[in-house]
Design a binder for this molecule. Structure first.
Ligand code: SAM
Length: 218
């Protein structure tokens, strides 16, 4: 998707993906990943409250988000005034406490050090199929070998809706070479996502996976 697509989503407040609670699958499984105390990367972060939860669990959190409004709203809702620093990769670092939200394009992100932990909820599935290998290659390039993260996906009948969110199924995940994939939890959740039900979905399966970075990115 072009950046303007996402800026329009935020301008027009079509942010049904934003949850007003912490994601239950994150809370159910994060500690089983064994990433205590490590810095966590949250690509395509929006203003998710999950970053506050991760920070409250003792992590330094780095979110990357294209849209300035999302980042401003995150700090307003957290009732924090962030400091803002320019970075050499051109992203703008908004930070308060142990949360850094970088405004800019994830594909242009050049971290000072690779991450040992990451959390992808509604990032991979925000990309059409043709973009997903590029996204996974970029993610792999900023995660150390052996780095571990959580991925949360949706699956639904293809004919019922045009994404985003796009359905991502296990065979696609198994076909890539950068991450070892292990399922953590799988639930039918259409009852929770009323905006997707209204968009025509009769079924929505949400799955949490553990991803472990294996091979070097190509
Ligand atoms: C579907 S939303 C998910 C947000 C968040 N992960 C959540 O769970 O609420 C995808 C977000 O990624 C942002 N985004 C899309 N493309 C991006 C890119 N290339 N770099 C950084 N952010 C991007 C959008 O502005 C949007 O806020």
């Amino acid at each position: 998707m072009e950046p303007q697509f996402w800026h329009d989503i935020w301008t027009e407040r079509k942010i049904g993906f934003h949850r007003s609670d912490m994601h239950p699958m994150l809370q159910n499984h994060w500690h089983s990943l064994g990433r205590e105390g490590l810095d966590v990367l949250v690509p395509l972060s929006g203003k998710t409250l999950d970053m506050r939860w991760l920070a409250s669990e003792g992590h330094q959190v780095t979110g990357i988000e294209l849209d300035q409004r999302a980042v401003d709203e995150f700090f307003e809702e957290w009732q924090c005034q962030p400091a803002v620093d320019a970075r050499v990769d051109g992203l703008a670092d908004h930070h308060s406490g142990n949360i850094h939200l970088l405004v800019g394009d994830f594909f242009g992100f050049q971290p000072e050090a690779r991450f040992e932990a990451f959390y992808d909820r509604a990032a991979l599935i925000a990309m059409p199929e043709a973009m997903r290998p590029d996204y996974l290659r970029k993610l792999a390039s900023v995660v150390v070998e052996g780095g571990v993260g959580m991925l949360i996906t949706f699956e639904y009948p293809d004919h019922e809706m045009d994404g985003p969110p796009f359905p991502v199924r296990r065979p696609e995940l198994d076909a890539q070479n950068w991450f070892r994939v292990e399922q953590l939890e799988r639930q039918e959740v259409i009852g929770y996502y009323s905006h997707l039900q209204e968009a025509g979905l009769t079924s929505l399966v949400e799955t949490a996976y553990r991803l472990e970075r294996t091979a070097e990115p190509a």
